[in-house]
Design a protein around this ligand. Structure first.
Ligand SMILES: C[S@@+](CC[C@H](N)C(=O)[O-])C[C@H]1O[C@@H](n2cnc3c(N)ncnc32)[C@H](O)[C@@H]1O
Length: 276
């Protein structure tokens, strides 16, 4: 992974044109919450006082951290105005607060006991160096927990990359094609954490999401990998690309006789611990 791994995605990932849509994102709230919960379940901090959620999104999961650790003050940081507007509903005076910031350059006021970043770093090229910086902010006994999608080689992403690089779209979209190197391998995250002086617990899980309705995989990717691509197109072009992508997705993820569609989704988890 390099800084140039996917410049277009990093640029549009937080732009106004590619604004996050909390309502659409929450359509799959259960499926998206599970990796967060599985990640946090492996964070064995007992009574952290300072908890930070970088790239917090619409805030419900951030607020759950205050329930998990009742003595903690929890801060969620995100660069999306739309996500932060939704997150405001989860603020709890003195316990849970949200702030606008870019995870690439946000800095804490002091040491952090637990730093969580769930489903964010795949938008951030060069995040191995950013994680090393985050590790340096941990208090003794502090924990750094990240989760990233590990599905950049799955049909959802490979088919979109193929379309973006096709003769029809390459002039507009080649640079926005999903990059298989946007995330590290599990061993790569192990090296980042141990290289920063932490002990590391790294694992991967493939969830089998059971989706329903017409074109449910398209609905899933609309809020994620497809979002920054469509942001580069006018309405007619967006409709044309979406139709071609939907047809390819239907073939790769066929609807089953009972009306369900199965979406295997690999994710990579990494928890680093600083010695007490
Ligand atoms: C897939 S959502 C995940 C939200 C939340 N962590 C969760 O688990 O539901 C990705 C979030 O990362 C935020 N994000 C992406 N790049 C960012 C950056 N450079 N700085 C701050 N937030 C960023 C987006 O605005 C979005 O809210």
């Amino acid at each position: 992974m390099t800084d140039a791994a996917n410049p277009s995605q990093s640029a549009v990932g937080t732009s106004r044109a590619a604004a996050w849509d909390p309502a659409r994102y929450l359509r799959f709230a259960g499926e998206r919450a599970r990796p967060f919960l599985d990640l946090v379940a492996r964070v064995d901090a007992e009574a952290p006082r300072t908890v930070v959620d970088l790239g917090c999104g619409e805030g419900a999961l951030t607020a759950s951290l205050a329930q998990r650790w009742p003595e903690a003050t929890v801060t969620g940081v995100d660069s999306s105005d739309t996500m932060l507007a939704a997150a405001a509903a989860h603020a709890v005076p003195g316990r849970v607060a949200f702030a606008s910031g870019d995870v690439r350059d946000w800095e804490p006021a002091g040491p952090i006991d637990v730093l969580v970043s769930n489903a964010v770093l795949h938008w951030v090229p060069g995040h191995d160096r950013i994680m090393a910086r985050w590790a340096g902010w941990l208090s003794p006994g502090g924990r750094l927990a990240v989760q990233v999608p590990g599905n950049f080689r799955a049909p959802t992403h490979a088919l979109l990359a193929e379309l973006c690089r096709s003769p029809r779209w390459s002039a507009l979209l080649a640079a926005a094609a999903p990059d298989p190197d946007a995330v590290l391998s599990p061993a790569g995250y192990y090296d980042v954490l141990t290289g920063a002086g932490l002990t590391a617990d790294v694992w991967e899980t493939t969830y089998l999401h059971v989706l329903t309705g017409d074109d449910p995989v398209l609905a899933w990717v609309r809020t994620t990998v497809l979002r920054p691509v469509l942001a580069l197109l006018g309405e007619d072009d967006a409709a044309e690309l979406t139709a071609a992508y939907a047809a390819a997705l239907r073939e790769a993820y066929p609807q089953r006789p009972d009306g369900t569609t199965l979406l295997p989704f690999r994710r990579v988890f990494a928890v680093g611990s600083r010695a007490s």
